[in-house]
Every structure is written in structure tokens, then in C-alpha cells.
Design a protein around this ligand. Structure first.
Ligand code: HEC
Length: 192
């Protein structure tokens, strides 16, 4: 009887922790989508707003050469981004902003290389449009997994720490019941 009460306690207290952590996590699930907005774009180290960039990409004439989903065509593949000759890191925001703003001449000695016109030939693009385009290309290349915000990180830590505590409580429970049985057996043996 006492054993069952112990078992119930050993399971309900950790279960409480798990449920608390799980509900905090459930509350947080819509936030990754929201963090694509302007508020988090600076925090994630992005040059602009990727969701705005997606719209600019579709309506700004980029698709004609780079494909509707960045798959490339006349122009370079943008996801996964081609490493053009002479470019160290094609996902460097400064490089992206520069090439979209100023275009790029065909590279001598590379027969596949063709001309990227300044602003893709669309003079209406603003500096902000270009930053947003760069952010969009970067996020797509990270395969849609934006870095965790501090709040998210904290919630995940809470979850894993709770799971750790639960595991330890449970192991302690198992060890103590085993120990109790062992003591009882010893006492019985001595009484004989
Ligand atoms: C007329 C066709 C054309 C249009 C329109 C165009 N591009 Fe390009 N783009 C190219 C070509 C060609 C290259 C490759 C240049 C090279 O090989 O040196 C390129 C390269 C790039 C690169 C570098 C890719 C890499 O692998 O490093 C980026 C970024 C880029 N374009 C973004 C854009 C964006 C954003 C738009 C829309 C505003 C756009 N382009 C519109 C033809 C185009």
C-alpha cells in the first residue's frame, strides 16, 4: 500500500513538471512564424524582412532569371546558392546586397557566367527592398529554420531540465524501492 502511494507521488510530481513545460512550449509554437516579422529580423542577424523579400522577389522580376522558387535558370541558382567564381561567401548579406544593387558582369574565363543586371533591371527597387530580398535568400538557404529566439531557447531549456529532473526522481524511486526490499530481505534473514 505504501509502495503504491510512493509510486503515485513519484509519477504525479514529475508529470506536473512535464505538463507545465509542455503547455509553455505549446504556447510558444506560433512564435517562430511570427518571428519572421520585422521585430525579430534584426535579432536573427538578417539584413531585412524575409517575408517581405519573398513578395518583392515574386513581383520584382527576379523570377524570370532565377526561377519562381530560387531554382535558377538564366541566372544562378539561389537556393542552394551557387558559389560564383571569386565569391568567398555567397550568403554574406553585404555580398547579396551588393550584387542585387549593382549587378555583376560576366566573369572572364567562365563560359557559363552571364550578366546579372543592376537591381535585376528593375529600377523601382528601393534599398529596403534589396535588404529584404537578401534576407529572403539567406532564410531560404538556411532551409527554413530561423535561429531560436532567447525566449524559445529558455522554454526549451525548461523542458529539458524538467525531463532531467523527472528522470532522476524516477531513478531515485526505483533505487529506493529496491533498497527497501533488500533491507526487508536482510531483516527477514536475520530473524530466521
Ligand atoms: C536578366 C536576368 C536576371 C534577372 C532579372 C535577375 N538576375 Fe540575379 N543573376 C543573374 C545572373 C546571370 C547571375 C549570375 C552572375 C554571374 O554568373 O556572375 C545572377 C546572380 C545573382 C545573385 C548571386 C548568386 C550567387 O550564386 O552568388 C543574386 C543574389 C541575384 N542574382 C539576385 C537577384 C535578385 C534578387 C533579382 C531580382 C531583383 C535578380 N537577381 C534578377 C541574372 C538575373
Amino acid at each position: 500500500m505504501r509502495v503504491t502511494r510512493g509510486l503515485v507521488l513519484a509519477l504525479t510530481i514529475p508529470a506536473f513538471f512535464v505538463l507545465t513545460a509542455a503547455s509553455t512550449l505549446a504556447d510558444s509554437t506560433p512564435s517562430p512564424a511570427a518571428s519572421g516579422g520585422t521585430a525579430a529580423s534584426g535579432a536573427a542577424g538578417l539584413p531585412g524582412d524575409p517575408s517581405r523579400g519573398e513578395q518583392v522577389y515574386a513581383s520584382g522580376g527576379c523570377t524570370a532569371c532565377h526561377g519562381a522558387s530560387l531554382e535558377g535558370g538564366v541566372g544562378a541558382t539561389l537556393n542552394p546558392i551557387d558559389k560564383l567564381p571569386g565569391v568567398k561567401n555567397p550568403l554574406d548579406p553585404n555580398f547579396l546586397i551588393d550584387i542585387i544593387t549593382n549587378g555583376r558582369q560576366p566573369q572572364a574565363g567562365d563560359p557559363r557566367s552571364t550578366k546579372m543586371p543592376a537591381k535585376g533591371g528593375n529600377d523601382k527597387l528601393t534599398d529596403q527592398d534589396i535588404k529584404d530580398l537578401a534576407a529572403y535568400i539567406i532564410v531560404q538557404n538556411r532551409s527554413g529554420s530561423p535561429p531560436l529566439s532567447p525566449g524559445e531557447l529558455a522554454k526549451r531549456t525548461i523542458l529539458w531540465v524538467s525531463i532531467g529532473i523527472i528522470a532522476m526522481v524516477f531513478i531515485t524511486y526505483l533505487l529506493s524501492t529496491y533498497n527497501m526490499r533488500w533491507i526487508a530481505r536482510r531483516a527477514a534473514a536475520r530473524r530466521r
